[in-house]
Design a protein around this ligand. Structure first.
Ligand code: 5AD
Ligand code: SF4
Length: 443
């Protein structure tokens, strides 16, 4: 009987893609995927440490494996991702969670098969964490992709920005760009497997620059030239590095989706400075204007943190104000969470929880009503949607995304299998805050 694996993934799309690579490594060792992490022979927990609740969830999950490991000494539990890049976390795992067999970092995923084999051979606990690995690459990986028709593709690793609240530069190391030719070859190799959409991933895609001097705009143009690829997306953009050349790609590259995720974090110049973001609100608004003048139907989403240390009522009003000025299509809103080792965690003027929650609720109300209003404009119109799956709530409903990344749940008289992996036309019949509803009208 073949051995089984499961991977539990927390956090961002980089983590999701790392999990796809880990799945590929396990399958090349002969393991087969199983749906239940408690019934597998090997379970990997791929962790996130961007906010504190991710921490808590992770340690809670570890606790649940104690019994499994006790009942089955052959069961292997591995932990990877951003959490173990922090020495205090590895110490805590060693002290309190002795049933964790393998711990490895974000920058040495390719070592996992060796660590697993060594653990199976010797029974020893394996730990391997590397900081700032100059050789980090995934060029020989064969990921098991979560989606058949769209692929996550890393273009950079790590981050050099050191926003004062953020743990990522410490857990993912310094920024490194993959060569344009390697990225394009990877994407070309995906087309015969049915991939028509790529999501180019980096903590700050706009600072992409490879050894040959290619910029992010050069990369988009090169991907746009790849036959068989129909949609190009990317995330995340940093307002301080976004270039006019890149913005122009919305005009010149027909495959580039009319959508951008442009985190603003705060609308207050004072707070943006304390966050070390290197732009102010007027510069941010000028970028939005430029994007909309080049690409009038572009959809814009953002990330916003409330309750950053020192944020006063006026600062928060400025955040509400910028949100109303930009009128975002959607937003991820977060309460500031102090991360040990980051500068902001040591700032003295931390904001009380009650104030954070009150501001958070007000912000969410504003963002949701803008999203709802913006979505009303879609009603009665026809959009191209690429179906991605069957709705979780209803087996007769297919869900997919518009070019602008709007989630559409729609019905069709054709079988879902027939529609997957190609653009279909959908008439929008109902607009909600977070999704649209419609019927397929392709001929
Ligand atoms: N507290 C709250 N939100 C954070 N983010 C990053 N670090 C923190 C933190 N310490 C948010 C930012 C970022 C998104 C991925 O997570 O908004 O853009
Ligand atoms: Fe974190 Fe800032 Fe880097 Fe984004 S750009 S990963 S928020 S340090």
């Amino acid at each position: 009987m073949s051995r089984k694996y499961n991977i539990i993934t927390y956090g961002c799309q980089m983590n999701e893609h790392d999990s796809e690579n880990i799945a590929g490594l396990l399958e090349s060792m002969g393991y087969e995927h199983c749906d239940d992490p408690y019934k597998a022979d090997v379970t990997v927990i791929n962790t996130c440490s961007v906010r504190e609740n991710a921490d808590k969830r992770f340690f809670g999950t570890l606790g649940q494996f104690k019994k499994i490991r006790k009942n089955d000494p052959n069961f292997v539990l591995a932990v990877c991702g951003c959490m173990p890049q922090q020495p205090r976390v590895v110490e805590e795992i060693n002290k309190r969670f002795s049933w964790v067999d393998i711990v490895f970092g974000t920058q040495n995923i390719s070592e996992f098969p060796d660590l697993l084999e060594e653990r199976l051979r010797t029974g020893r606990r394996m730990r391997s964490i590397i900081d700032n690995n100059p050789d980090i690459n995934e060029d020989d990986m064969k990921p098991v992709r979560m989606h058949r028709h769209k692929a996550l593709v890393n273009i950079t690793y790590g981050c050099n920005n050191f926003c004062t609240y953020c743990i990522v530069p410490y857990t993912r190391g310094r920024e490194k760009s993959r060569p344009l030719s390697v990225i394009c070859n990877e994407i070309k190799s995906l087309v015969p497997d049915g991939v028509i959409e790529v999501m180019l991933l980096g903590q700050n895609v706009d600072s992409y620059r490879d050894m040959a001097g290619n910029s992010f705009a050069d990369l988009i143009r090169a991907v746009n030239d790849i036959d068989g690829i129909e949609r190009i997306r990317f995330m995340t953009s940093h307002p301080k590095d976004i270039s006019d050349d890149m913005i122009e790609c919305f005009n010149t590259c027909p495959k580039l989706c009319h959508n951008i995720h442009l985190p603003v974090q705060s609308g207050s110049d004072r707070i943006l400075k304390r966050m070390n973001r290197h732009y102010d609100r007027s510069q941010y608004l000028a970028i939005v204007d430029k994007l909309r003048s080049v690409c009038p139907d572009i959809t814009i989403s953002t990330d916003i943190i409330v309750g950053f240390p020192g944020e006063n009522d006026e600062d928060f009003e400025e955040t509400l104000d910028i949100a109303k000025k930009v009128r975002y299509d959607s937003a991820f809103t977060f309460i500031y969470s102090p991360r040990e080792g980051t500068p902001a965690a040591k700032f003295e003027d931390q904001i009380p929880d009650s104030v954070c929650h009150e501001r958070f609720d007000r912000l969410v109300d504003v963002m949701n009503s803008i999203s709802y209003e913006k979505n009303q404009e879609y009603k009665g119109k026809i959009y191209e949607v690429i179906p991605e799956g069957i709705s979780e709530k209803d087996a007769h409903t297919i869900s997919g995304r518009t070019d602008g990344f709007k989630l559409v749940n729609f019905t069709s008289d054709k079988s879902p299998e027939k529609l997957m992996g190609r653009k279909v036309k959908v008439m929008i019949t109902e607009s909600k805050t977070f999704s649209l509803e419609g019927v397929e009208v392709s001929d």
